[in-house]
Design a protein around this ligand. Structure first.
Ligand code: N01
Length: 533
């Protein structure tokens, strides 16, 4: 890039989802010059791209929202217990307008490289439109679930019909009326989409490799009286969420499942099943650490699936056998009921995988399923994928891909050694996907903004984690995970959904403990970091 044309900023932020929007607002408030780059044609990140039928958040709307502006909290009115994708996207756009953020956001622009210049101590960031900027700080707000995974099925290019990934659903929608549709995958996205697609399609085939646990969401209109009550003291409403293991108010029960009688356990599970949503996994304190305890919840949910699904053979195929919540649990509206429809067929591909996509459809063994549309609900290269597709180079030209070839290594999920002044919002090694994302984002951005202020006040310009602190943090993240059932499953938390990806448990377990640790690091003058002029 020609030096004369390079514009300089205090900070470049990659991504205009909830992380990037808040980072822009906070850093602008410090008087910093900030440029945000966004690959999409609008703001909203995850909620911009994931427009598949039925997409909605499974964290309750009143909690899945920013807390940084009391005015925003008061004026925004949520309409449902769980907000739909269009409503959340409207909220993101409202935030962008209300805080006049758009003037510093460049849309339709993907960042291709971010290269640290050791001489100037700045990041040179280059976009796919050929332009480049330099910045003192580079903040990756690239999202945990934004690098789509479309498995490499042979023959996809020969398919005569249309195919769409749930994570890049066309904004104008897809007409599935009267179509023969096949959906591949039964994760959270599919579980939300299947009941809606079934209503539209002439026939829906669901290609299931692994059955999943799902709990009824019991979504519905939000009671205006309740919303008003929350708004009367929003902070008090948020407090129990912030203290919960996942940044969610599961009102965690101190009691161990195995200390309860079978009748008491059943009563608890029934109550939480009736209340709906993911709180069932907080029914007892040991559900995620004791196999015996987890089995009781697993058997309860399997019992519900057997009750809901009419055909016992179909029900049997839908029964998960891994620990509950070891893979991301799902919340649904009428998911298992959908298999009672005559126009929905479950295709179990656990033993016989999809062989190929043919011009007419999908071939599994010697059976070809003729389809007009294929929906890939096949997930994401989670947590690291969106970072890996950018050519990020730190000291001595080391690439992030090289450094993380054995799995991501960070200090606090915020920084990685060898890449000074580079920050990740909800990066690997932070609670991220195991926390309510918006409070997790706010906590990260606030920590980073406070750090910038601290540095400015002391005339410092470079921050980098130390090797010892990073090594200790990586060990600590693993130790916490190893005390639970999480690492035992082939989930995207461990990268198992992406062939060849190193098997490392990526998120940090325990939102409140994490926040405490971050505060301790600051109180000890940025323990584990080297700060210099
Ligand atoms: O993706 P997934 P997702 N052949 O990875 C299958 C969040 N989210 O988009 O389990 C056949 O969970 C794969 O099978 P298997 C949430 O955190 C939240 O649904 O690997 N099948 C699986 O069934 C969630 O966890 C919300 O055997 C293949 C599916 O595709 C995360 O996003 C809503 C395959 C992928 O499931 C990702 O969810 C939506 C292959 N080659 C998403 N490859 C809410 O807030 C993959 N699969 C409600």
């Amino acid at each position: 890039m020609a030096e004369a044309t390079v514009r300089g900023f205090d900070a470049v932020v990659v991504g205009a989802g909830f992380g990037g929007l808040y980072a822009l607002w906070r850093l602008r408030g410090l008087g910093m010059s900030v440029r945000v780059y966004e690959g999409g044609s609008g703001v909203g990140g995850t909620w911009f791209w994931n427009r598949y039928p039925g997409a909605r958040c499974d964290v309750e709307s009143l909690a899945y929202s920013y807390s940084f502006s009391p005015e925003l909290e008061q004026e925004w009115v949520w309409t449902e217990r769980y907000a739909s994708q269009p409503e959340i996207l409207r909220y993101a756009n409202h935030v962008a307008d209300r805080f006049d953020l758009r003037r510093d956001i460049q849309l339709n622009t993907r960042i291709e490289s971010a290269i640290f210049d050791e001489q100037s101590g700045r990041w040179n960031v280059r976009a796919d439109d050929g332009t480049g900027v330099s910045a003192q700080y580079c903040i990756m707000a690239t999202g945990c679930l934004s690098s789509r995974n479309t498995p490499d099925f042979p023959g996809l290019e020969t398919f005569r019909g249309a195919h769409h990934h749930t994570g890049s659903w066309p904004a104008e929608g897809v007409d599935l009326e009267g179509k023969r549709v096949g959906i591949i995958g039964t994760g959270s996205s599919a579980i939300q989409a299947i009941p809606i697609i079934a209503e539209q399609a002439e026939h829906l085939h669901v290609f299931q490799r692994t059955p999943n646990y799902s709990i009824p969401a019991r979504n519905g209109p939000l009671d205006p009286g309740f919303q008003e009550k929350v708004k009367a003291d929003y902070e008090a409403f948020r407090q129990p969420f912030l203290g919960g293991m996942f940044g969610l108010d599961f009102s965690p029960h101190d009691r161990l499942a195995m200390d309860a009688t079978p009748g008491e356990r059943r009563e608890m599970y029934e109550r939480r099943w009736a209340e709906g949503g993911l709180a069932l996994i907080g029914s007892f304190a040991d559900l995620l650490s004791s196999q015996e305890a987890n089995d009781t919840a697993a058997e309860f949910i399997r019992g519900k699936i057997r009750e809901i699904v009419d055909d016992p053979e179909v029900a049997e195929k839908l029964l998960p056998d891994s620990p509950v919540a070891c893979k991301r649990p799902c919340a649904d509206t009428g998911y298992f009921e959908t298999y009672n429809r005559p126009d929905v067929t479950l295709v179990d591909i656990s033993d016989t995988p999809i062989d190929e996509i043919t011009p007419a459809g999908v071939r599994v063994g010697d059976r070809e399923y003729e389809l007009d549309t294929i929906v890939f609900a096949t997930g994401f290269d989670a947590m690291t994928g969106s970072l890996m597709r950018i050519d990020i180079r730190g000291r001595a030209g080391l690439t992030l891909a090289e450094k993380w070839s054995g799995g991501p290594r960070t200090y606090l999920g915020l920084c990685t050694v060898g890449f000074p002044n580079l920050f990740t919002i909800t990066g690997p090694g932070s609670p991220s996907v195991l926390a309510n994302m918006i409070p997790a984002i706010e906590q990260h951005v606030d920590w980073i903004a406070d750090c910038f202020m601290h540095m400015r006040e002391r005339g410092l310009s470079v921050i980098e984690a130390t090797r010892e602190a990073e090594d200790a943090w990586v060990d600590h993240v693993n130790e916490r995970a190893d005390r639970t059932l999480y690492p035992s499953c082939n989930s995207w938390y461990v990268g198992a959904n992406i062939p060849g990806k190193p098997r490392v448990f990526m998120p940090y377990l325990g939102f409140p403990a994490y926040v405490e640790r971050c505060e301790e690091v600051v109180a000890r003058e940025y323990e584990g970091f080297e700060l210099s002029a």
